[in-house]
Every structure is written in structure tokens, then in C-alpha cells.
Ligand binder design. Structure first.
Ligand SMILES: NC(=O)c1ccc[n+]([C@@H]2O[C@H](COP(=O)([O-])OP(=O)(O)OC[C@H]3O[C@@H](n4cnc5c(N)ncnc54)[C@H](O)[C@@H]3O)[C@@H](O)[C@H]2O)c1
Length: 347
């Protein structure tokens, strides 16, 4: 299956198959996004935090506000949205725009994919994490029980507007959560991001718009490249899960923001890489320094609950769990480890 993202100075366009193409833009403008939606009837799915911070976006629109907590990222919320779409008289020719963080984007994409067997959608990610990661790549879905993103689909939006100025209103913890995923791109191979992280620390922490914009663009380029080569996440795309195997179990157990849990997961993956003799000690220290330099709490303490969650993770294959580890900074490697060995290795 072909997958094509078109990338220009102001726009990136990608496509996961011959039928769909996604254009990625970096400047939000209301007239522009309505133009992208075309003359289709449009509903915006968003959250209360966004309507409060950016009320002007929603004037005169059909708006469905959801509670974008991780524990509401579930089928009940999908049903609620579908009921509202039905009430609005939406059909397959209507259009959905998701405006919000990764939770809103994942939900908007999933409900668009299944409502009346699918209608088209666009995404305007408003968190650092969503614009640099979650909105890109066509994965949509919800949690099921204790299992993260267990029910979902692959479907790419018609457009994504990744405007870094939205991060100015983010709570600090959410900003750092997004930065965690950006550090991931540096550790799995984007040298430009590594350079920016190592040389522009103050600007990053002060949310300098030009610097954040560069980080977002670089992250998108990396993700697009990886996703185009493996749109259905069957092989090379797995490297994007660096820090996520353990990170997901921490996110669910400790109720931490996604990227903060991924930071702890990356620290655990670095420890595991060193313990398995894949990563030299000085390189492990260098990777950890990249995390602690931005003030993250990288400590993790794994219990039976974490291991139980790992056993149900999508990264489990038969009696093994797939980990993304490091052989060097920027050199990820995928290893499968028998479940019974894992507590001793990272407990
Ligand atoms: N589909 C994917 O490929 C993918 C990749 C990574 C993460 N995810 C998912 O993304 C989710 C996490 O997304 P997230 O980190 O964006 O968190 P989030 O969606 O929970 O948003 C965090 C908080 O910030 C608020 N918010 C959003 N934008 C804001 C803004 N501009 N100003 C002020 N407040 C704002 C939200 O209302 C929310 O309270 C997880 O569910 C994770 O599984 C998906």
C-alpha cells in the first residue's frame, strides 16, 4: 500500500494509500480551515479547555464538546458523539474537524472512520504532543478497559493544521509532556532535533515560537518519513514506540500525561538497553541527561500492576513483548523479550 505525504515550506502533504492525501499546514486561520472543509456540513469536535481559550474559533459552528480526559477516551464518548451527529442530521458527506490535544484527535479520527461507515475529517492539534506526534500518522482510537488505544483504525485526515502558537496556552506539564515525545525523535535518530535540544534549552523552555515551530516541523518530518515506509505499523514504524512499552503501563497506572509517562518509559528502555549490553554506559548517561536537562522526573518503580498491563499491550506477540531499545543515541533496535524475564530485567 502506497503512502504519500507532500511536504512544502508551508505545507506537508502525505498519503497512506493511493486514495487519500493529507496536507499539513503550519498556520491556523479560520477562513483557511473552513476552506479546507469545503462546502460540506461541518461539525467541530473539541474540548472545554479549547472553547475557553479560543472562543473565536467556534463562533457560528456546530460544536461537539467532549471531556478530553484519558478515562473518557472510550466507546461511551464515541457513542455520545455519534448520537449528536445523528441529531445534527450528519451524513457521509458531512465533515468533522477535531480541534484539541491527542485525545480529541484520536477520538475525532475514530468516530469519523466509523460513523455511517466513514466520513472525511481534518485535525487541528493544539498540544505540543498532538501537533508533533498524535495527529500525524493516521492512528485513531480509544482505550478499552485498562488497555490503551485497544480499539481503533488507520485513517488519515484530509488536512492537519499544526500551528505551534497554540502551545502558548498549554499548562506547563502538558508542554513538557509534548516535549517528551520530541526528545524521543532525537533519541531514535533525528539529529536536527538533538542539536536544537542541546543548544536551545532556554528558548525551548520559554516556548519561543520560532524554536517550537522548528521542533514541530522536524518531528512531523521524522514521523511522516517513518509512517510512509510502514503505514500499517507492521515493522519499521515500531521504532516510534521507543519508551512506550513501559510508558503506557506507567501512564495507565500513575495517571500521568502521556509524554511524561513516555519519558519514564524511555529512561527504563535506556536502562534495559544498557543491562542487555546493547548500549554503552556513557551513551546511557547522555540519553538520561537529555531528559533530566529539561527537568523531568525520570524515576520509575514498576510493580505487578505494570507487568499485568504489559501482558495485554498491543506490543505483545505470543509469549514475548516487543521493546524498542537503543544501540546508540539515534540508533534504535527492536528486541522481543520473553514475558517471564521482564520483571527481573526492569523490575
Ligand atoms: N494516534 C497517535 O499516533 C498517538 C500518538 C501519541 C499519543 N496519542 C494519544 O494522545 C493522547 C495524549 O494527547 P495530549 O498529550 O495532546 O493530551 P490531551 O489530549 O489529554 O490534552 C492535554 C490537556 O491539554 C488541554 N489542551 C489542549 N490544547 C490546549 C491548549 N492549546 N491550551 C490549553 N489547554 C489545552 C486539553 O484540554 C487537556 O486537558 C493520549 O491519549 C495518547 O494515547 C496518540
Amino acid at each position: 500500500m502506497g503512502f504519500f505525504y507532500y511536504i512544502a515550506m508551508q505545507e506537508i502533504t502525505y498519503s497512506t494509500n493511493k486514495k487519500s492525501t493529507t496536507s499539513i499546514h503550519f498556520t491556523y486561520d479560520k477562513r483557511f480551515f473552513m476552506e479546507l472543509a469545503g462546502d460540506r456540513r461541518t461539525a467541530i469536535i473539541t474540548s472545554g479547555n479549547i472553547t475557553k481559550s479560543y472562543p473565536e474559533i467556534f463562533e457560528g459552528q456546530n460544536v461537539i464538546v467532549i471531556d478530553d480526559k484519558e478515562y473518557h477516551k472510550n466507546l461511551a464518548t464515541i457513542e455520545e458523539i455519534a448520537s449528536k451527529l445523528l441529531l445534527l442530521g450528519f451524513d457521509r458527506h458531512s465533515f468533522i474537524i477535531g480541534i484539541g490535544g491527542g485525545i480529541v484527535c484520536d477520538i475525532a479520527g475514530f468516530v469519523s472512520h466509523i460513523y455511517m461507515r466513514g466520513l472525511r475529517f481534518g485535525l487541528i492539534p493544539t498540544t505540543l504532543l498532538a501537533m508533533s506526534d498524535a495527529a500525524i500518522g493516521g492512528k485513531n482510537g480509544v482505550n478499552f478497559g485498562e488497555n490503551k488505544n485497544m480499539l481503533g483504525c488507520f485513517d488519515n485526515p484530509d488536512f492537519i493544521i499544526a500551528d505551534s502558537s497554540f502551545v502558548q496556552t498549554l499548562p506547563k506539564e502538558q508542554y513538557l509532556s509534548g516535549l517528551g515525545e520530541i526528545i524521543k525523535y532525537a533519541l531514535i535518530g533525528n539529529e536536527n532535533i538533538l542539536n536544537i535540544l542541546q543548544n536551545e534549552r532556554e528558548k525551548i523552555l520559554n516556548r519561543d515560537n520560532e524554536t517550537v515551530n522548528r521542533l514541530v516541523k522536524e518531528s512531523i518530518l521524522t514521523k511522516v518519513q517513518i509512517v510512509e515506509n510502514d503505514p500499517n505499523d507492521t515493522s519499521t514504524r515500531h521504532i516510534l514506540n521507543f519508551g512506550h512499552t513501559i510508558g503506557h503501563s506507567i501512564e495507565l497506572t500513575e495517571k500521568l500525561p502521556h509524554g511524561m509517562a513516555v519519558v519514564k518509559g524511555m529512561n527504563a528502555a535506556v536502562d534495559l538497553s544498557e543491562r542487555l549490553g546493547l548500549l554503552a554506559h556513557d551513551k546511557a548517561m547522555e540519553a538520561k541527561k537529555l531528559l533530566t536537562d529539561f527537568g523531568y522526573d525520570i524515576m520509575y518503580n514498576l510493580s505487578e500492576t505494570h507487568f499485568n498491563i504489559l501482558c495485554h499491550d498491543k506490543k505483545k506477540e505470543d509469549s514475548q513483548i516487543r521493546f524498542v531499545l537503543l544501540e546508540d543515541i539515534g540508533k534504535p533496535v527492536i528486541k522481543k523479550l520473553p514475558i517471564e524475564q521482564i520483571p527481573a530485567l526492569i523490575g
